[in-house]
Ligand binder design. Structure first.
Ligand code: FRU
Length: 497
């Protein structure tokens, strides 16, 4: 269970975490105790509590030898750290303990399945990675790597399937007590595919089939699959690399997120995709995982960051990487909707509201400032006047900095813009998405924590997520319209320490 590398990480994170001022961290988003965090891993319920593991390098705020960090929560918002769960301490995972998932075994123990990565240094060949799937079993705090790891390796793959891009196992326990696992892989034509494996005991695995393959329209490799039923359809979530932008504003270049909605025949293991959409249209959302709550809700948390824009955080930062708030998923009109999980509502404190305020030019209203707030703004066209061209909300604002989200009703396009939020890097600063419905009315809900904003458009029809590292006294809000708009505002200060 214990190794020198794991012990060292556990010791280090304890002291390093104390050195970070609470104000330097978000108030209600999970960040690493110290150092770097990427993907959520093993998001699950075990012994009555939510467990979140994560890709983790405790020693610096950049990606390096991957460990699994570990936190637990009763409400998905207040997280307690547990000691680092897994470290890269075996030959087969010496390059890193990459992403994976968790399941409760029939005997009550928790099994973690992850990708063990090692470098193949065979003489006379260029160094390359080998990715295999490995397991560790434990009691919710300490985990023992299985003596016969890896449990799934490249020898089980058909000819031509990549052994180098073969990762991020998502384990599922079936009603009959057997297990299935979805694993991301790259086919010989370089496009991503999701493979299905099966096992009687989560230790002995067999390749079943390619469940779904990227047809070339959605990047190259697909990472971090999740697969579940939602409102009568089957959902595959995955995060494609090397996406291209599409002119309908549905997909954006770089690392993206993809929700495939389809029909699934579990007996025949037949998944038929019906629709493809982005999961989050902002800059910073990747590799989400979901869990089903005891009352049947499907909750998703994503890494609130994106590989292509990591440079926006300066290297001296004491931590890097955050998780999104938990989001409750549903399907409406054949599309994925997201709302803040209902647990989140308990954070709402003092309320300020306004009705029917006319916005012409720039308007500020008393009581709306803050950096840990939830503000819902309903924007309507003014009866009897020409429809305005652009309405914007400026927030996280001071003399020098601001973030903005704007709506152009003639195009039905929402844009998020962070170019004036203190960024010192030439990374993507603007993203746009289309919204459905009557453009004469739109609802924009902004959930701000100290270093992020999550925007829910029209009650969860679309979301746009962004990190921001503006100084905390940049907390002003104003509304700007080039014609006349009429707004209602409902704003809550969030109850945070
Ligand atoms: C996705 C990812 C995974 C991999 C992990 C490594 O963000 O690239 O595919 O397992 O990060 O940290």
């Amino acid at each position: 269970m214990s190794s020198q590398i794991l012990d060292q990480a556990r010791k280090y994170e304890e002291t390093a975490s104390e050195k970070i001022e609470p104000k330097e961290k978000p108030a209600f988003h999970l960040v690493p105790p110290a150092g770097w965090m990427n993907d959520p891993n093993g998001f699950s319920i075990y012994q009555g509590r939510y467990h979140m593991f994560f890709q983790y390098y405790p020693y610096a705020s950049h990606w390096n030898d991957m460990h699994w960090g570990h936190a637990v929560s009763d409400d998905l918002l207040h997280w307690d750290y547990l000691p680092c769960a897994l470290a890269p301490d075996q030959d087969y995972d010496s390059f890193g303990v990459f992403s994976g998932s968790a399941v409760t075994l029939a005997d009550g123990r928790q099994l973690l399945i992850y990708t063990g990565v090692r470098n193949d240094l065979a003489p006379g060949r260029e160094k390359h990675q080998i990715q295999t799937q490995c397991v560790a079993i434990g009691d919710g705090a300490d985990y023992q790597k299985y003596g016969f790891n890896p449990v799934i390796d490249g020898r089980m793959l058909p000819e031509g399937f990549s052994r180098e891009d073969f990762r991020d196992p998502k384990i599922l326990r079936k009603a009959d007590g057997t297990y299935e696992c979805l694993i991301a892989n790259r086919a010989a034509d370089r496009y991503g595919q999701i493979l299905l494996f099966k096992s009687p005991d989560a230790l002995h695995w067999e390749f079943v089939k390619v469940l779904v393959k990227n047809d070339g329209n959605y990047g190259f490799m697909w990472e971090c699959p999740d697969f579940f039923e939602l409102d009568g359809r089957q959902i595959l979530l995955t995060s494609p690399q090397d996406m291209e932008s599409t002119r309908d504003l549905e997909f954006h270049s770089g690392n993206g997120t993809l929700c495939v909605i389809g029909a699934y025949d579990d007996d025949r293991k037949d998944f038929q995709p019906e629709a493809y959409q982005t999961i989050d249209y902002g800059f910073d959302f990747y590799a989400p995982q979901t869990v089903q709550t005891p009352d049947g809700r499907r909750i998703m948390i994503g890494w609130m960051q994106n590989w292509d824009a990591c440079a926006i955080r300066l290297p001296e930062a004491p931590w890097m990487g955050q998780m999104s708030i938990p989001r409750e998923l549903s399907l409406q009109n054949g599309r994925l909707f997201q709302k803040p999980a209902r647990e989140y509502e308990a954070l709402k404190g003092a309320k300020t509201s306004y009705q029917n305020v006319e916005v012409k030019g720039e308007v500020s209203l008393a009581g709306l400032s803050g950096r840990t707030t939830d503000m819902e703004v309903t924007v309507r066209a003014k009866e009897g006047e020409d429809l305005y061209t652009k309405f914007s909300i400026h927030f996280a604002q001071n003399d020098r900095h601001l973030m903005s989200v704007s709506f152009r009703p003639h195009e039905s396009v929402v844009k998020i813009d962070r170019k004036y939020s203190g960024s010192r890097r030439a990374v993507v600063h603007q993203r746009r998405c289309h919204v459905e419905g009557d453009p004469r009315e739109i609802c924009l809900r902004l959930i701000q924590d100290r270093y992020s904003v999550e925007i829910f458009i029209n009650d969860g029809e679309k979301t746009m997520t962004s990190t921001l590292y503006t100084e905390l006294d940049a907390d002003g809000v104003s509304f700007v319209c080039d014609g006349t708009a009429v707004i209602d505002v409902e704003k809550y200060d969030l109850k945070v320490e």
